[in-house]
Design a protein around this ligand. Sequence first.
Ligand code: PXP
Length: 241
Amino acid sequence: MASLGVNIDHVATVRQARQTVEPDPVWAAAEAELGGADCITFHLRQDRRHILDRDVHLLKQTVQVKLNMEMSLADEIVEIALKIKPDQVSLVPENRQEVTTEGGLDVAGQMDRVSGAVKRLRDAGIIVSAFIDPDPAQIKASRDAGFGAIEIHTGKYANAKGEDELAEALAEIRASLSAGLDAGLIVHGGHGLTYRNVTPVAAMEGFSEFNIGHSIIARAVFVGLREAVAEMKRLIQEAAK
Ligand code: PXP
């Protein structure tokens, strides 16, 4: 059964709206663990718009489950990852104007740069995952670049309108999952997954991890983070039966 990674950036976004100390994403990580999170995911952006360096150090010291750092290929951030040594890094594209990560990483289009960073991170004992669109060329490139894992971008499925678009997006995810597994990669999924749309994806056999943020934090405002995480975990477990 796939494990659940909870993305806590959205808690830091609320804190940074006032540039104050609350709510603390480090507290959020502890609450998410108590709700059953198998992994805590955060994104240290170059512009430090939500997660701060202080958070990264405290998360490394306090998180008891798997720690997954989303990051760009920027030299400064790669150096931080090599010092902190999270269990896993997920390489994502980063664009200063975007509200959230928009598309997948173009591994095929920047093989030399990507594979250099992947090798350094893997040599440090870190699992290295590529956040990519459900595209066969990117899956092949991820394997060739030395990634041990991929995270299939589920945003197109999440935004699909109407049954045809939905069926097409699900078929792309299914094909990418199977191509990733055939290539010997660990396969994760994430982006835009919610309590309403997670089941058909979680029912696909072979996913190792889902990374979910916005929907969980949005529900947590009303039911508390521990309960929100437990509800999402229940849906993933039930879909896998
Ligand atoms: N996976 C990756 C690589 C992401 O960048 C994000 C967004 O930060 C997520 C998963 C979670 O997306 P959402 O917040 O839409 O659940």
